[in-house]
Design a protein. Structure first.
Lengths: 334, 329
């Protein structure tokens, strides 16, 4: 696999050939009969202070990639370097300490907050668990964190059910910020929210990034929101990254047929522009990750697939500086 | 108005909840012309689904209640019909498809059985005729090997295919109106594109009218001819599709369009955000329901809820303010 590394830059996170297979067991003795190949060889870098967008359809492995980076799942193979520490081989206390610098914001603001805990307990919990503050200091820090995410600090003694979806997501963000992390994985942070609330949360994430020099991995299926927030974007399909480039490059000149189809499928809120567009409508559904196609994963739905696509897996290669693509025929679109 | 096949006037629906009576739909009036595609846009809780469910007599009562209004369909008021009468309209002349294709299909019946049921009930086909027609319908919505797949159960179909089945079922009795309630929201974008393509093709072939309910202004842009924007149980803007996107008049519509990032945007700008959150109306408001979130709000907005005002040709908005000048209209 090619080394997806941007040189001379301050690399915060380096993911190399990450593989996450979930075993499938069957029968009385629970023998392993196969594996769901959720993530199957993914490599990318994230620079300090940048936002990398990770997009793909449901089941493509984007959330699993995020969780595997944080070692919430221990990867089947591959390495994850975070600030020159190899996370994959860290254990126990060492791992816990490193995790302070990496946080996660979850998709569902209704399920990711404990309904029996007050806001103060939720936002303060990381401080208690990691023993970085005590007593009154926790209270002060919580008040400050609530102010940072534009919530009234006097809400600290309330419970999650008293808040709307957008407010809950702010609580989740305050919790993620509690330990002053340098890296946050945002796993579909806005897809459960109403349209008018989405913009509020995205604007907040952008302000916080500037204020605290945060680095984001922004996982989403909404290509227009990913375009808005990201510096670079990676597109996943069935466990592999098929294309990675700067946002302008990727959206203006996508080189992988899947990226092209995905972009043309996004509705534009403008009837005039929408009518002018050329659409590529993909046939069929995404195959099962337990039994992915041979060779190129996308070949069963690809409009330009040829015999070679079934025989070998296309290399994830740098076709021009900073633009990576896994397709044998990407040159056609240059 | 004789040129509308569906004419809804002054519809009001309320729900009894432990916290009080929620006014979900507050005097909604609209018409649907023959063969027209009408988009209904709004956020969750704005009353867009409840409006359509009320029209079809599908509101569970209690807690729900249609307290006022008329809904004329071919000269008859749907809201005055008995359960038995409206059952003959529903499914046969007006069909509906829902957001979640998994929960709308019966998991223990084969796809074939579920497709045949309305054909036998509404049209009076024999079992064999219904079987044949079911296979035709399945292949019409683009499911390969339709005959064999009739024997499958819903869990053997993917999400996109289940939504195709729902569409096939809705179209089985050749309805004059298809009401689609967020049918693509649970689907991935590439599958959404497939379904929208299918609906457009079937619309052109069969010439039915469509009411498409969604929160996604992008989806409506490529599909509808006319759009209603709803907020707090009111229609707050109504216009031809091109006009609405080019010249939105209501501050809520302006905000909604401004808060959407676009895949074809060139510059990265800060997203416009509407502060606050949508209301839950425990009483019918005397003020404009959007006033607390509106940046153009005037004194008058707190005193009187604006009706739909003519703001252009075929374009109406419920707002006292001309947003270009910031003054009262």
């Amino acid at each position: 696999m090619s080394n997806v590394k941007a040189n001379n830059k301050d690399t915060l996170l380096q993911v190399n050939d990450l593989v996450m297979h979930f075993p499938i067991y069957r029968g009385v003795i629970q023998r392993q009969v196969g594996a769901v190949r959720a993530v199957d060889g993914v490599s990318f870098d994230i620079e300090r202070g940048e936002t990398l967008g990770l997009v793909g359809e449901s089941g493509c492995g984007k959330s699993t990639t995020g969780r595997t980076i944080l070692q919430l799942y221990r990867p089947t193979a591959g390495t994850v370097q975070f600030e020159d520490v190899d996370l994959v081989h860290l254990k126990g206390e060492e791992l816990r300490k490193t995790r302070r610098k990496m946080q996660m914001i979850f998709q569902d603001p209704y399920a990711s907050l404990n309904p029996r805990m007050t806001v103060a307990d939720i936002v303060g919990e990381p401080l208690v668990v990691h023993e970085v503050a005590k007593g009154k200091e926790i209270q002060d820090r919580v008040q400050h964190l609530l102010e940072i995410v534009n919530l009234n600090p006097s809400f600290a003694s309330r419970y999650p059910h008293e808040f709307s979806g957008g407010q809950r997501q702010r609580i989740g963000i305050a919790r993620a910020l509690a330990l002053q992390p340098s890296f946050i994985i945002c796993d579909e942070p806005i897809s459960a929210l109403d349209v008018s609330i989405q913009a509020q949360v995205v604007n907040l994430l952008e302000e916080l990034q500037e204020q605290f020099n945060l680095t984001y991995l922004f996982i989403a299926h909404d290509l227009s929101m990913v375009k808005h927030i990201s510096d670079r974007v990676a597109v996943m399909y069935l466990g592999v990254i098929v294309e990675l480039a700067s946002r302008d490059e990727l959206y203006a000149k996508p080189l992988h047929p899947y990226t092209q189809a995905l972009l043309s499928a996004v509705p534009i809120p403008d009837p005039v522009a929408d009518a002018k567009r050329q659409r590529t409508i993909l046939q069929g559904d995404v195959p099962s990750p337990a039994n992915p196609p041979s060779g190129c994963r996308f070949r069963t739905r690809c409009p330009i697939a040829e015999a070679v696509c079934a025989e070998s897996r296309p290399e994830f290669r740098e076709i021009k500086p900073g633009h990576f693509v896994a397709c044998f025929f990407a040159e056609r679109f240059l | 108005m004789p040129d509308f096949i569906l004419d809804v006037q002054g519809l009001e629906t309320t729900f009894k909840t432990p916290d009080g009576v929620v006014h979900a739909v507050n005097g909604v009036s609209f018409g649907l012309a023959e063969g027209e595609t009408l988009g209904v846009v709004g956020e969750s809780g704005c009353g867009k689904s409840v409006t359509m469910l009320s029209v079809l007599g599908l509101i569970a009562s209690p807690p729900g209640k249609v307290v006022a209004g008329k809904a004329f369909f071919s000269g008859q008021d749907l809201l005055k019909m008995s359960n038995e009468e409206i059952r003959h309209v529903r499914g046969a002349q007006i069909a509906m498809i829902f957001q979640d294709p998994m929960t709308s299909l019966n998991p223990v019946l084969t796809i074939g059985k579920q497709l045949e049921e309305p054909l036998i009930l509404h049209i009076g086909m024999t079992k064999n005729q219904a079987r044949e027609r079911a296979a035709e319908l399945l292949s019409m919505v683009g499911i390969p090997n339709a005959k064999d797949r009739l024997n499958d159960y819903p869990h053997q179909y993917s999400g996109g295919m289940r939504q195709r089945v729902m569409i096939a079922m809705a179209l089985s009795c050749s309805p004059q109106i298809l009401i689609a309630d967020e049918p693509t929201t649970a689907l991935d974008v590439t599958i959404q594109a497939q379904i929208m393509d299918l609906v457009k093709r079937l619309r052109d072939e069969l010439g039915m009218a469509i009411i498409w309910i969604t929160h996604d202004l992008g989806v409506v842009a490529g599909l509808a001819q006319r759009v209603l924007v709803m907020y707090g149980g009111y229609i707050i803007e109504e216009s031809k599709v091109n006009e609405l996107y080019a010249r939105p008049e209501h501050p809520y519509t302006i905000g909604l369009l401004g808060s959407l990032p676009r895949v074809d945007e060139k510059e990265r700008t800060k997203l416009y955000s509407i502060e606050g959150q949508p209301p839950v109306l425990y009483q019918k408001p005397n003020a404009c329901p959007f006033a607390p979130r509106c940046k153009w709000v005037l004194d008058h907005c707190w005193n009187e809820n604006p009706p739909l005002l003519e703001v252009g040709p075929d374009h109406r908005a419920a707002c006292w303010v001309d947003t270009r000048t910031g003054r009262h209209r």
